[in-house]
Ligand binder design. Structure first.
Ligand code: GLN
Length: 201
């Protein structure tokens, strides 16, 4: 199966490496023709306001919205999660998202004192052991819509991983810490969507 990685900006190379290690064909996506060839898409970490601007400049914003609406499986990490959120809090002026996930995310939610930190997270859908999660100027999911499943929460209850239909998002970066289980979970979502046709999320 061919899985795309949005390669406008951010840590797309790390995602491509994990996906290749798991046996997927990877297509770096910068143009609508490339997006049209993939069965699933990863949106990497980076800077969501820049990714938003570049996606509009490259004519990808509309095709990305259409792809999400038609049920393409998409996994976003950190800035990628922000891109998938229906509502972005503390965005820059005029910042837009692709949307699809019925959530509100707050950018840079941990402030300057905890810009980066690592912690162990229980993620029941992945089983044991806990996920060693790396947060870098990370967002949190402040509002989780009724059709959205919270997959992981910090000890204080704040939600940092979600799934809604074919959309998956994490505030943290499994692609950097050698944690492959989220990508495996995502590849199963992609296979399921290929086998069963795309379900609108
Ligand atoms: N703070 C960044 C943003 O708003 C996200 C950081 C990241 O992807 N590591 O997009």
């Amino acid at each position: 199966m061919t899985v795309g990685v949005l390669a406008l900006q951010g840590d797309f190379r790390e995602h491509a490496e994990v996906l290749r290690a798991l046996g997927a064909e990877v297509e770096l996506v910068r143009r609508p023709e490339e997006l049209a060839r993939v069965s699933g898409l990863v949106i990497p970490g980076g800077e969501s306001s820049v990714m938003d601007k570049l996606s509009r400049t490259f004519g990808l914003a509309g095709p990305l919205r259409d792809a999400v609406r038609s049920g393409l499986p998409v996994y976003g990490t950190c800035a990628g999660l922000i891109m998938l959120a229906d509502t972005v809090l503390d965005g820059i002026a005029g910042q837009q998202s692709i949307g699809g996930l019925d959530i509100s995310v707050r950018r840079n939610a941990f402030g300057s004192q905890a810009e980066s930190f690592e912690t162990e997270l229980d993620v029941p859908v992945l089983g044991a052991p806990p996920v060693h999660a790396l947060f870098i100027r990370a967002p949190v999911v402040e509002v989780v819509g009724p059709r959205v499943r919270a997959l992981a929460r910090l000890a204080d209850g704040r939600c940092v991983a979600v799934q809604q239909g074919n959309l998956l998002g994490t505030s943290f970066h499994p692609e950097i810490t050698g944690e492959h289980r989220f990508h495996e979970h995502f590849l199963r979502m992609v296979s399921g969507a290929e086998a069963g046709g795309r379900a609108a999320s």
